[in-house]
Design a protein around this ligand. Sequence first.
Ligand code: 4NP
Length: 161
Amino acid sequence: MRVLFVCLGNICRSPTAEAVFRDLVLERDHGDRVEVDSCGLLDYHEGNPPDARATAAAAGRGLDLTTQRARQIEDADFEQFDLVLALDREVLRSLRTLAPDGTLERVQPFLGFGGAPGAARDVPDPYYGGAQGFEDALDLIEDGSRVLLADVEARLEAHDG
Ligand code: 4NP
């Protein structure tokens, strides 16, 4: 199973989601069955490491972002990943317009698996704000990753029959 997190720049939110979710996957011993990656809609930060503020906030929670490098989404991603997850609804709209025929159902909101009324739908972009925005993003990403993990585990079980 392959899971791809997508935001705008691939330097703040999606690298964080990649690290948080991978950590959960490894903790649950699914490392050999679940692959995790991230990318961005923009090519502006291509090849760059994550934003220093995102890296610092993640390090505060024991997560290492330093080896990640930004890359832009490409058509093949929609074919190769089972889930292409948007970090906010604006990214979701863009991904839906980019998705090649037959891949639309793989494109989903990252926050939205639970579907609870009133639940957050966006991880707000922390890029232009202060340090608190990165902590808030981490909180939302940690919550969303737990919900996502339950969904992924159900899919793995269904696959096992
Ligand atoms: P991200 O944050 O989408 O969470 O990586 C952003 C980073 C850079 C830009 C926008 C959002 N930018 O416009 O350069």
